[in-house]
Design a protein around this ligand. Structure first.
Ligand code: MC0
Length: 149
């Protein structure tokens, strides 16, 4: 990685869905994806599944299905505002979350959290506000040293 690079790869694309089991059925039975990992993240208000292929290379982007635990959660509000399911976020993988967040802050972008929170599989996560990222909610993820998926 060159010094100029902030991101390693696209880690995943997050799709907001109303019903996780129905969305998994669609993505596996119709589109041929496989469920690689599933978990509930109470703090983020989501039940989620990560989808990939049978020969998932670590740097191949995954599809993340995000269903709301409650109507007034981030995903619940997003579904209501957008009138149903759709693409909610783009997530970039980083090697050093603290360094990348500091760099982006220096460049004037708003990070949503002062300190990273816990995301999929124990990753450290933060988000760039969509108004500072061309209308796209950008998630940043630093995978744990020993990933759970
Ligand atoms: C809101 N806006 C978006 C957006 N959400 N634009 C693009 N993509 C999105 N996902 C826009 C709205 O259209 C609105 O624009 C403006 O931002 C403010 O919207 P709002 O209705 O007031 O929304 P807020 O402020 O309640 O929430 C927006 C915010 C929120 C980004 C702060 O979604 C948030 O905290 N997101 C980070 C956490 C998250 O997404 N958790 C779920 C995934 P106008 O022009 O109408 O003003 S958890 C996850 O992803 C974890 C498990 C993981 O991967 O490890």
């Amino acid at each position: 990685m060159d010094n100029q690079d902030l991101f390693i790869c696209i880690d995943h694309v997050g799709l907001a869905v109303s019903n996780l089991d129905e969305a998994i059925a669609f993505h596996t039975e119709k589109l041929g994806w496989r469920v690689l990992h599933r978990e509930t993240n109470e703090e983020q208000g989501v039940e989620e599944a990560m989808l990939g292929t049978g020969e998932q290379h670590p740097e191949n982007a995954q599809i993340q299905l995000l269903a709301p635990l409650k109507d007034d959660s981030t995903i619940g509000k997003w579904l209501a505002r957008n009138g149903g399911p759709g693409m909610q976020q783009l997530c970039y993988r980083v090697a050093d979350m603290d360094k990348v967040c500091a760099t982006l802050r220096e460049r004037g972008l708003r990070l949503l959290y002062d300190e990273p929170k816990v995301g999929t599989g124990g990753a450290r996560i933060n988000f760039v506000h969509p108004k500072d990222a061309g209308g796209v909610l950008l998630e940043l993820t630093e995978p744990p040293a020993n990933p759970a998926h």
